[in-house]
Design a protein around this ligand. Sequence first.
Ligand SMILES: Cc1cc2nc3c(=O)[nH]c(=O)nc-3n(C[C@H](O)[C@H](O)[C@H](O)COP(=O)(O)O)c2cc1C
Length: 187
Amino acid sequence: MSEKEKVNVDLSSASRLLHPMHTVLVSCIGKAGKPNIITLAWAMPTSINPPLVAISIAPRRYSHALIEETKEFVVNIPTMEILRETLFCGRRSGRDLDKFKEAGLTPAPAKKVKPPIIKECVAHLECRLHSQFTIGDHTIFIGEIVEAYVEKEAFTELYNLEKARMIFHIGGDEFATLEPKVFKPKL
Ligand SMILES: Cc1cc2nc3c(=O)[nH]c(=O)nc-3n(C[C@H](O)[C@H](O)[C@H](O)COP(=O)(O)O)c2cc1C
């Protein structure tokens, strides 16, 4: 078998080798009560008990200030039906416009936290800020999940990929979704 050539990647682009990353929409709100949405590819679960999720946000983002202000956020899971809106919320700042209004997304009251959920998303994880760390040029916000819910038909213990076509960020303005095919390797 011929060996495949490997090329060096500039270190400033090395994170792209970890993509495609599951992309989420985080909703947050300032003390003044104006809600915002930020698109994030850098998000991951970090603990089961207590249930914790980590999101990584650059300090210059408007959402960064909002999360520090009210110490709550919601991780909403978008699907391919709102791909354009997902890119929009990742290209425009809530400093300049109302992203709910301009993207045509619907805010609905969360169960336990102040930021609204995004109704068009398939699932929602309501979080209270557990801790935060400055890591290089981003801040990792750790959220304690205080409430989590999902569209009934899209989830029974695990996601049904036919019903929930999640968004994965390849890089730039390129996205992918999963082929709804499940593999169960035998060990
Ligand atoms: C697909 C995608 C993924 C992104 N992921 C992140 C991320 O993980 N962390 C981050 O700080 N910004 C990320 N961004 C950039 C922010 O979403 C973008 O700067 C946004 O306009 C900030 O909004 P705000 O100023 O209203 O907070 C991403 C953008 C896109 C399009």
